[in-house]
Design a protein around this ligand. Structure first.
Ligand code: DGL
Length: 270
């Protein structure tokens, strides 16, 4: 019983951890494409090719359902994959939908026309590729009107986190929040639109101030996965044990991952 969780690197571990807490009986196969991270500075075509290869690897490992625990892959590749390259019986889901459901307080199945929602000024922090895709704004427009979204491309933050340099990551978060404030002085809510950023949650909150409500994906995605698996129990895969795979150096990646989640994790070569 294994569900695939994919990220370019270690950020998706934030989603994995929440999913494991919510679904303790489900096994997960986590794949980090560490050899090619970060994705956020790559072209959409590049991200699409890398994401397809990673998802195929997870299908080969026995997963019938793969969660793209990566906004950059969800933004640049998911729609294109869903339009043609997913084999019969397999399913790939992204991480935007649960976030937009939470922000707009609507269920995705609610197909009524877009309407006004409580939050009017939203700051979106994401990788350069996610920001330039405008995927978040596009999906939001199907659900809500009158929401002003100011996006801040947070170049460098993922690299610093992947390198374990949290002092640099903090400085960069502060700089990106300052840049956001120049464009939108009083956001009501902030979206951490990259699965690496929950690791910097407190830094974002401090820089944004206590009044700004921060939405981050881990718990929302875990909840939505639980709901999905209840409706599609066949997608849990069969007789497949959980494991951690990386396209990078397994020793180095295991060390970093252990540092992030504060529990021992052992990666093997993908
Ligand atoms: N954690 C990823 C995301 O949610 C990937 C970041 C990257 O590789 O640049 O966007």
């Amino acid at each position: 019983m294994a569900v695939g969780i994919f990220d370019s690197g270690l950020g998706g571990l934030t989603v994995l951890e929440a999913a494991q807490k919510r679904l303790p009986d489900v096994d997960f196969i986590y794949l980090a494409d560490s050899a090619h991270a970060p994705y956020g500075v790559r072209t959409a075509d590049d991200i699409y090719e890398l994401t397809c290869a990673a998802v195929l690897r997870l299908f080969d490992a026995g997963c019938d359902l793969v969660i793209l625990a990566c906004n950059t892959a969800s933004a640049a590749a998911l729609r294109r994959m869903q339009e043609g390259s997913i084999p019969e019986g397999k399913r790939v889901l992204g991480v935007f939908v649960p976030l937009i459901e939470a922000l707009t307080e609507r269920d995705w199945g609610d197909n009524s026309p877009p309407r006004e929602v409580d939050v009017k000024h939203v700051a979106l922090f994401a990788t350069p590729a996610t920001v330039s895709s405008r995927a978040f704004q596009r999906e939001l427009a199907f659900r809500a009107i009158g929401v002003d979204v100011e996006a801040q491309a947070c170049g460098g933050v993922v690299d610093a986190i992947e390198d374990g340099d949290f002092v640099l990551a903090e400085a960069m978060v502060q700089r990106h929040v300052d840049a956001l404030h120049c464009k939108m002085p009083f956001p009501q809510a902030a979206i951490l639109g990259c699965t690496h950023y929950p690791l910097m949650h407190d830094t974002f909150q401090k820089a944004l101030g206590p009044k700004v409500k921060i939405f981050s994906q881990a718990r929302l995605v875990a909840e939505s996965l639980a709901d999905y698996l209840q409706r599609h129990p066949d997608k849990m895969g069969t007789d497949t044990k959980g494991k951690f795979l990386t396209t990078g150096d397994p020793v180095e990646v295991s060390q970093r991952a252990t540092q992030f989640l504060k529990r021992p994790l052992t990666f093997q070569s993908a």
